[in-house]
Design a protein around this ligand. Structure first.
Ligand code: FMN
Length: 167
């Protein structure tokens, strides 16, 4: 079995909804055990447990939420330098298109890279002119089918890459 963690922060529920769709996508691979956690419930043990992670936060000032940043800041002693080689990806909900969700994905990926995660984006389009090159992004909650499909695809890809890598 491969262990997949969907780790998210969310104040008003939009990123949480994205996380639930990412989880659905990851669960399409029946050889994966998928756990979803709000950042308040997560610990270093959960990061050690997973083979692949999808991290999502609301876009806050164009970057990762403070709570998610704090989480990774605080698990450094237990995890940094000890967990290299896991697979990671990102998603974010912003207030509006152009509000910085992709930059937020990049700031999440930067944190993951610092911990030695192998991070990825997705080249596929889920609808006309709608893709997730840096991770899945939505404005507000995922409402339209293409927004939902982007989240599902991210989870599916994560599970796929973890299986390819772990065998
Ligand atoms: C402190 C704070 C900063 C924010 N900064 C941005 C921003 O830079 N760009 C943007 O588009 N939306 C911004 N927003 C709006 C949220 O990203 C947006 O409402 C998001 O959908 C909230 O997701 P959540 O329901 O998971 O908390 C901000 C919201 C808060 C509370």
């Amino acid at each position: 079995m491969r262990n997949i963690l969907i780790l998210y922060d969310s104040n008003s529920g939009n990123t949480k909804k994205m996380a639930e769709y990412v989880k659905l996508g990851a669960e399409e691979n029946e050889n994966s055990t998928v756990k979803i956690l709000h950042v308040d419930q997560a610990s270093a043990e959960d990061i050690n447990w997973c083979d692949g992670i999808s991290v999502g936060t609301p876009t806050q000032m164009g970057i990762i939420s403070w709570k998610m940043k704090k989480f990774w800041d605080e698990i450094g002693d237990e995890c940094w330098g000890k967990i290299d080689g896991k697979i990671g990806c990102a998603f974010s909900s912003s207030g509006g298109w152009g509000g910085g969700a992709e930059i937020t994905c990049m700031s999440i990926l930067t944190v993951l890279m610092n911990y030695g995660f192998l991070v990825f984006g997705v080249t596929d389009y889920v609808a006309d002119k709608f893709t997730l090159h840096y991770g899945a992004v939505t404005a507000g909650e995922p409402r339209e089918q293409k927004e939902i499909d982007a989240c599902i695809k991210l989870g599916k890809k994560l599970s796929h890459w973890v299986s390819m890598y772990k065998g």
